[in-house]
Design a protein around this ligand. Structure first.
Ligand code: ATP
Length: 619
């Protein structure tokens, strides 16, 4: 199969640094979704986030109201308990202290409950979002998945969701409490002295007025930060996946350079975003300082009866100083929340972007056709295919394969053989024409029926880090050990299984590294045999294995194909020789079709040339 099929696009774009946005991505970036729309849609995707919100808000209000108990108690103690008309009143002061203590207990309990609830709701809601996004990634056609760098894709369902979670737990909590505190602090300030309340609000006005501006700046800045996190993860994960190549070619320095560029790009984006935060935070500090000074100066002025004839008490001025801190804290925190919110929204957008990307290989579902059991006949009718943004790589493909026939597809590298296999197994749909199985257009066959009747055995079947049995069961979930054995006997690999240290329970290691290349092929065949397809599409492995194993693989293949229609992308002369029909593909077109001996007898044709080169290589 061509390297393009599974290669990461970033590997194909040497000029592109990891810090750059991969422009070829076909996954929606979500960047055109507005902030409010993101929140609305995010909540729709994770309805759990709204569960019990009423009670959580009530707890938040209790927690906020409790905050003003101290300044009010202080004012009452000073003005009525200590400096009351009849002198100090200890029992009144004691009652006040008791009431304040009780209020504080309730406030702390409410605050604890609210935090716990926010934590669990946020985690539940976001777990759903993560699962949904990940499922959708599975539904996306391979072609779309492969346009996004893997690290970036992973970051969308991991670190991007984490940002949302962090914000919802901490920022969301603080936002609720802060708004409550500002409102209550304002009410209490107005009750105590509307003039001092105006002083405080005037000092904070510039900050409030500039919030919208900062929000826009921060939104853009954090959009870049989230993108760079994805780029950084791909830059790091790629060399880990390709560690063998990195080591074999001693390209650690170049790889490190790519990582350094990605890390630098991320640092630059983060620093820029935090610059805005620092500025708005300082503006908050400045406003707070001004408000404190203003309250004391104007308070004393009013207290001395210099202005508006107000008679403000010492208790009120002191209470005011406390209330200003209640007001300042949340407002300053607000700027931090704004920052977190922008980071979270940028992350949320990218997750929603995944969900927005259409799964363009539409599954007709239960309404779709199923295929009757038994060997399948295949027809390509005027099929053409172009990869997105590229020229046609297959044109005018007409091919009829009767049920049970064994077909070998041959051609030069890059001629389009693997593309035919991908169309036949509906990993992609043709840009023109139709592919029919038993006379039914592939697009009308339900995905479940298709996958149970048609199996693709790729050149390098991916093995998961698990036991051999678990890997083979991807062919038929729930297959018993006896069924696995039966399948192994059917393709003649039972004795090989017995020879493994722990039989079917032998662990295969990451990507099957504990097995040899040839053994991995046997596992792939066993998996296919267990799946029991009616149409088998094989991309013949090119890796050379020892002659004994080669014979065993050949025999297993032979048995695997028997009684089924099979289409093999052949790289070996022996496979073409053994096939009922050989199809020769040249530059995206079928140029020859017939039995091996007929074709080889046509000198000067592409098949004759291929044949000559096989003979030259293998004698
Ligand atoms: N994902 C892709 N995106 C863009 N072009 C692609 C992609 N995959 C393959 N191609 C192009 O399509 C053409 C046919 O590729 P294909 O993989 O079908 O060839 P092949 O005959 O199977 O080659 P090989 O024998 O080397 O595996 C080639 O020109 C290739 O560059």
């Amino acid at each position: 199969m061509s390297a393009h099929t599974t290669a990461d696009p970033s590997e194909q774009a040497p000029g592109q640094t990891p810090g750059q946005t991969p422009e070829q991505t076909r996954l929606s970036t979500g960047e055109d979704i507005g902030a409010w729309q993101t929140i609305r849609r995010g909540l729709r995707h994770s309805p759990e986030l709204k569960d019990g919100i009423g009670w959580t808000l009530t707890l938040a209000v209790i927690a906020s109201v409790g905050q003003v108990v101290i300044p009010i108690a202080l004012q009452q103690t000073i003005d009525n308990g200590l400096r009351g008309p009849g002198g100090p009143d200890p029992s009144y002061t004691a009652w006040l202290a008791l009431a304040a203590g009780l209020a504080l207990l309730v406030t702390s309990w409410a605050s604890y409950k609210m935090t716990a609830r926010l934590f669990s709701t946020a985690e539940r809601g976001l777990a759903t979002l993560r699962i949904k996004a990940f499922r959708h990634v599975h539904d996306l056609p391979l072609l779309t998945q492969n346009t996004e760098r893997r690290g970036a894709l992973v970051s969308r369902v991991t670190s991007d969701v984490d940002q949302v979670s962090q914000f919802l737990v901490f920022g969301g909590l603080l936002a609720v409490v802060s708004v409550g505190q500002v409102l209550i602090a304002t009410i209490v300030m107005i009750v105590y002295s509307w003039q001092l309340a105006i002083v405080v609000w005037v000092c904070f006005a510039p900050l409030f007025l500039s919030l919208r501006y900062f929000q826009r700046k921060l939104s853009a800045a954090y959009g870049t930060v989230r993108r760079q996190v994805g780029a950084m993860l791909s830059a790091v994960s790629e060399p880990v996946v390709g560690a063998t190549v990195v080591k074999a070619y001693a390209i650690e320095a170049r790889t490190q350079e790519r990582i350094d560029v990605a890390v630098d790009a991320h640092k630059a984006a983060s620093t820029r975003a935090q610059g805005f935060t620092a500025f708005s935070f300082s503006l908050g500090g400045l406003s707070a300082g001004l408000a404190n000074a203003g309250v004391i100066i104007v308070g004393i002025w009013l207290g001395q009866g210099f202005a508006w004839g107000e008679d403000i008490t010492a208790g009120k001025v002191l209470a005011f100083a406390f209330i200003v801190t209640l007001f300042v804290g949340p407002v300053q925190m607000g700027t931090q929340i704004l920052t977190d919110a922008q980071n979270a929204i940028a992350g949320w957008r990218r997750v929603i972007g995944i969900l927005d990307t259409p799964a363009d290989l539409v599954d007709p579902g239960p309404q779709g056709h199923t295929l009757p059991k038994g060997a399948i006949d295949v027809r390509f009718e005027q099929v053409a295919f172009a990869y997105p943004g590229g020229a046609e790589v297959l044109s005018d493909i007409d091919l009829a394969i009767p049920a049970g026939q064994r077909v070998a597809v041959v051609g030069e590298t890059g001629s389009g053989k693997s593309t035919i296999a991908k169309l036949l197994t509906r990993l992609m749909d043709p840009t023109r024409g139709r592919v029919l199985l038993d006379g039914i257009d592939l697009r009308e066959i339900s995905e479940a029926a298709l996958r149970s009747s048609v199996v693709l055995v790729p050149q390098e079947g991916f093995l998961f880090d698990d036991t051999l049995a678990a890997n083979v069961r991807y062919g038929r979930l729930g297959a018993t050990e006896a069924e696995i054995r039966e399948a192994a006997e059917a393709i003649g690999v039972g004795d090989w299984l017995d020879g493994l240290p722990e039989g079917v329970e032998t662990r295969v290691g990451q990507r099957g590294e504990s097995l040899s290349a040839g053994e991995r092929q046997l596992v792939a065949m066993l998996r296919a045999q267990l799946a029991d397809p009616d149409l088998l599409v094989l991309d013949e492995a090119t890796s050379a294995v020892d002659p004994q194993l080669e014979t065993r693989i050949g025999r297993a293949l032979e048995r695997l194909m028997s009684g089924r229609t099979s289409v093999t992308i052949a790289h070996r002369l022996s496979t073409a020789e053994a096939a009922d029909v050989v199809v020769v593909v040249d530059r995206g077109r079928i140029v020859q079709h017939g039995r091996h001996d007929e074709l080889v007898a046509q000198p000067g044709t592409p098949y004759a040339r291929l044949h000559a080169s096989w003979i030259a290589q293998h004698g």
